[in-house]
Ligand binder design. Sequence first.
Ligand code: G3P
Ligand code: CA
Length: 268
Amino acid sequence: AFADSRAAGEGAPVPVAHRGASGYAPENTLAAVDKAAELGIEWVENDVQRTRDGELVVMHDTTLDRTTDAEEVFPDRAPWNVADFTADEIARLDAGSWFGEGYAGAKVPTLKQYLDRVSAHDQKLLLELKKPELYPGIEGETLKELSNEGWLDGRHVKDRLVIQSFNAESVARVHMRKPAVKTGFLGTPDTSDLRKYGRFTDQINPSHTTVSKDYVDAVHDVRGAHGKPLEVFTWTVNDAAGARAAADAGVDGIISNFPDVVRDAVAE
Ligand code: G3P
Ligand code: CA
């Protein structure tokens, strides 16, 4: 029921629910995916890391303490690194209470659970490999999971998935392993380097604090890995004025904790 993807530089930017609709529900939980769907937002962003026993899970911080009750459940396990806990241990945590009592019992989703929910809502996924330098091999493992869940099938692969990271080598590895998958680099490379990035990315995704019309124009002037102009998805824009400024600069997507506010602000 969602519209086709827009061409770079044309029409209103696409709103993306940052860590799900994380202004309304606890970040990176299935509740935040559900909330985005309820708001009619088709794109959700998440962060993927790996447990000690090799399960891919959805979590932003590399430690569990800010967004779960890990300190209470495992008091002797400081600093609560995601990488030091098994999937079973993480499944025992409450990832909702910190946000609000109504979300008590929300879980840290596995990537598989997360993909199932996004699919169930017919949504699209901007998947961030978070600190992949801590998780050697996570690119191949993530692609395998996506493949197992049917996310890499057929010609629609490019319409529903982008894999992004702040780590350019990691993005390049994703592109080399599965050239059909769209990728994004998180950051604001010098315009003289854009051609280099365009060999393995389709998007350049800068902090909104670094976005200008000149920069966005320069990015759009370079072709990405699939032969189309590089797109720009900027983060994290949480108010209407910021969304309008980003839209005026010509960005293609706006990543927001309040994606409905962004959508309404940039509606033409
Ligand atoms: O999608 C971009 C944005 O999520 C990057 O920053 O820290 O929220 O992962 P962060
Ligand atoms: Ca992120």
